[in-house]
Design a binder for this molecule. Structure first.
Ligand SMILES: N[C@@H](CCC(=O)N[C@@H](CS)C(=O)NCC(=O)O)C(=O)O
Length: 201
């Protein structure tokens, strides 16, 4: 399999961590959604990363759809998102919250990086960051420091999505050490695990 995208992208890194957690071998083509637009569009007409090229030649796009396929291949009964019921709903809710936080953090980054200085609107940047921070604070409140993971006593997509969302928010200036200390402690712990450590950009 070929993963297309840079691990600076929280969506790409989420897929890379999942592939490693499942022990699935893959190669990676580190393309950026902006710097490598033309080549990215040959993989995904929308021009976004990640894309995953399967050994059959079929290409999947969007981290959620890619991970759904990886869960199916790995076996739904031992996937990082539980198969059904309350456990599945709980993991999917955190994952949706954290992917939304990534969306808002990136909107803030895009407004800063792709708008001429005289057209930048600080209140919009601040509002995007505040939404991302509010979502992270909600997940921080769920962390039980006596448990190794966020939910179910095992690694799930809740941890992976919280990890990538905390990372991007911190990079944009959110002081997660003081504002989300329990979540920050969890991400430090996760960094000791190979799938997280080895995907650090
Ligand atoms: N919902 C998508 C979001 C993917 C996404 O927005 N990727 C960014 C990189 S972090 C990108 O390629 N942006 C380029 C663009 O939107 O033009 C997913 O989960 O994969």
């Amino acid at each position: 399999m070929l993963l297309v995208g840079v691990n600076r992208s929280p969506y790409t890194r989420r897929v890379a961590i999942t592939l490693k957690a499942y022990g699935m071998p893959f190669e990676q083509r580190a393309l950026s959604g902006f710097a490598d637009r033309a080549e990215v569009r040959t993989r995904n007409p929308l021009g976004r990363i990640p894309a995953l090229v399967l050994d059959s030649g079929e290409t999947l796009i969007d981290s959620g759809a890619i991970i759904d396929h990886l869960d199916e291949t790995h076996g739904r009964n031992r996937a990082l998102t539980p198969e059904a019921g309350a456990d599945r709903r709980a993991v999917m809710k955190v994952a949706a919250t954290m992917m939304g936080a990534c969306d808002k953090a990136l909107q803030a980054a895009y407004s800063r990086n792709h708008t001429p200085p005289e057209k930048q609107h600080q209140p919009w940047f601040d509002d995007c960051i505040a939404q991302a921070a509010s979502a992270l604070a909600a997940v921080d409140a769920m962390v039980n420091p006596n448990e190794p993971y966020l939910l179910l006593g095992r690694l799930t997509q809740a941890d992976i999505t919280a990890f990538v969302a905390e990372r991007i928010a911190r990079g944009l200036g959110v002081d997660t050490d003081t504002q989300m200390p329990k979540l920050r402690a969890l991400t430090r712990k996760l960094m000791e695990e190979e799938p997280f450590r080895s995907t650090e950009p």
